[in-house]
Design a binder for this molecule. Structure first.
Ligand code: ATP
Length: 218
């Protein structure tokens, strides 16, 4: 994978976990925080750590922020600092700015000033937990739009030992199987003659209502 240069501003729990995952995946990560202790704590999970106030343009430019492909602003409690930081990044021409929002109003302001991707960690995680409780067979999902999802669904037991052609899932349930995960290996695209096995994970795409019906099959 090509290396992308990321900067994470605000090394709280959210910022640090983003930095850590990117760093583990071999990406370049600059971690920035106003608080020395937060930078020290994040040191093992970033390529470079810097103590700086991201609301000061000089501080950002001296860190060479213009050279970064993507900047993640993970400041929640200090709304003014979050908004000012995004505005500065916009003015500096950063191509991809991702920011965490702690409320709807915060998110609306971030959107108005041109943030490319706004994340609501508490709201989104709460939604995921509720969805997992409602549909225990859905192990993971990606929301593609208001109506469409990609979902990782545990094979309904009545489909074990049958092939995709005979099951005719697209016609019967209005969902498509785009891949199968079996013993950690991915079968893509699955052939119509593929025999489904116990514990297969079906990667499905379709309308969320149709997927909900499909995932509740026994
Ligand atoms: P989390 O939930 O991710 O742990 P939090 O909501 O508890 O974070 P926040 O107020 O969002 O805490 O702050 C996250 C981090 O952002 C903190 O480590 C804080 O020091 C840092 N931070 C706040 N203001 C600035 C700023 N102006 N410049 C750089 N870092 C900042």
């Amino acid at each position: 994978m090509a290396t992308t240069q990321y900067a994470v501003i605000g090394l709280g729990r959210f910022g640090t976990s983003i930095a850590r995952r990117l760093h583990e995946a071999g990406q370049e990560v600059l971690g920035i925080d106003i608080n020395e202790e937060s930078v020290e704590d994040a040191e093992p999970y970033v390529t470079h750590g810097a103590i700086a106030d991201s609301t000061e343009e000089k501080a950002l430019t001296s860190l060479g922020i213009k050279n970064f492909d993507c900047v993640i602003v993970s400041i929640g409690n200090d709304l003014q600092a979050s908004i000012l930081t995004v505005m500065l990044l916009k003015n500096l021409g950063i191509k991809k700015i991702i920011a965490k929002a702690v409320s709807k109003r915060h998110g609306q302001v971030l959107e108005a000033i041109g943030t490319h991707w706004i994340i609501y960690p508490e709201r989104d995680m709460g939604e995921r937990v509720a969805n997992q409780l409602l549909s225990p067979n859905v192990l993971d999902y990606i929301k593609l739009s208001k109506d469409y999802n990609i979902e990782e669904i545990l094979i309904p037991s009545k489909m074990i030992g049958k092939n995709l052609k005979d099951l005719d899932i697209r016609a019967k349930y209005n969902v498509s199987i785009i891949a199968i995960i079996r013993d950690g290996e991915i079968v893509v695209p699955p052939s119509p003659n593929e025999l489904l096995k116990n514990e297969d994970l079906l990667i499905t795409i379709g309308k969320s209502n149709d997927l909900a019906k499909f995932s509740s099959l026994e």
